[in-house]
Design a binder for this molecule. Structure first.
Ligand SMILES: N[C@@H](CC(=O)c1ccccc1NC=O)C(=O)O
Length: 310
């Protein structure tokens, strides 16, 4: 079937009893510039409150087996919810990856331009996807897992600088995020850490510092940030989330322990929630990812000031 929707005109879709799906939609020119869109049939009752959720997968900027499809388990759970919600659509985005020649099943080839990228190309792809979506999904929450949370933060920092045509998200949801590359490598002695950070950001540790600083450059952003980390994350230490929260607080964010509904919700709130599962169980089992999305799409997490979307 086809339908005219302004951002993806006449694209093919398929449907289930609960949603319509536009899968494998190209937003750029490489094989990994693809995204999946899901529009629930039960739409928000108040269209003015409608919000999109854009998910950025993890996988250390390089793992070909962790891709946009990793959102599916949580998405299926969310579509089964019987409570009303305010999500107009869900998007899961792929982006170009860094080299992974030692991958046991799908090693990257030097001639594959979608698997030989380095910073800031992953980020460029995310910004490209958000620009592509901007007509349809202009009011959105940006959600990422692991290095997807890094990209979500960095994209928000750049969009807040006023890239034409794309507004920053109204809220950020970071799960098991990496926000300080140098600290991650210093903390974890397993050579894989240095290997994937070098693969994604190069040998120059100065670049790692600049890329990490970009994560928390949210001085003027008016949205709310919810950062979630598991006490049993065996791959990324909780200090990553703790120090990101501190950096936001230093920039004037108010630390909240509950959803901001209990206080005046004019944005610039940051909250940390501790969960209990392993790093990839967040999306593999889907329960924690779905739960986190329910928390943040609760209207109380969306700032009610109009400036939040400017
Ligand atoms: N599966 C990945 C590893 C991975 O995803 C990862 C490992 C340690 C810390 C963070 C990770 N992922 C972050 O996006 C790999 O094979 O390189």
């Amino acid at each position: 079937m086809t339908e005219q929707i302004s951002c993806f005109p006449s694209a093919e879709y398929h449907e289930s009893s609960s949603a319509r799906y536009w899968n494998d939609v190209p937003y750029g020119s490489t094989r990994l510039n693809l995204l999946d869109i899901c529009v629930p049939k039960r739409q928000p009752e108040d269209a003015s409150q409608a919000i999109w959720l854009v998910y950025i997968h993890g996988g250390a900027w390089r793992d070909p087996l962790i891709d946009r499809k990793s959102f599916k388990t949580a998405l299926d759970m969310l579509l089964e919810d019987d409570q009303p919600h305010n999500i107009a659509g869900f998007v899961s985005v792929d982006y170009r990856l860094s080299p992974y020649p030692s991958h046991p099943i799908l090693p990257s080839s030097p001639s594959d331009d979608s698997r030989n990228s380095q910073h800031p190309e992953h980020l460029d792809d995310i910004l490209g996807a958000l620009l592509f979506l901007s007509t349809e999904a202009g009011r959105y929450i940006l959600c990422g897992h692991s290095c997807g949370a890094t990209l979500a933060m960095q994209a928000t920092a750049l969009l807040n600088g006023g890239r034409r045509g794309t507004r920053p998200p109204v809220a950020l949801l970071g799960m098991e995020g990496i926000y300080d590359l140098n600290a991650l490598v210093a903390k974890h002695s397993h050579p894989a850490y240095r290997e994937f950070i070098t693969g994604a950001f190069g040998e120059d540790e100065g670049t790692w510092i600049t890329a990490s600083q970009l994560c928390c450059e949210l001085q003027k952003w008016q949205g709310n940030a919810l950062l979630i980390h598991s006490i049993n994350d065996e791959l990324v230490d909780m200090q990553q989330t703790d120090s990101a929260v501190e950096k936001l607080v230093i920039q004037g964010f108010t630390r909240t322990t509950a959803a901001p509904s209990s206080v005046k919700n004019d944005g610039r709130r940051v909250s940390k929630i501790v969960i209990d599962c392993m790093h990839d169980e967040v999306w593999e089992q889907g329960t924690e990812l779905a739960k986190a999305i329910r928390s943040v799409t609760d209207e109380s997490w969306i700032p009610n000031t109009s400036s939040a979307t400017c």
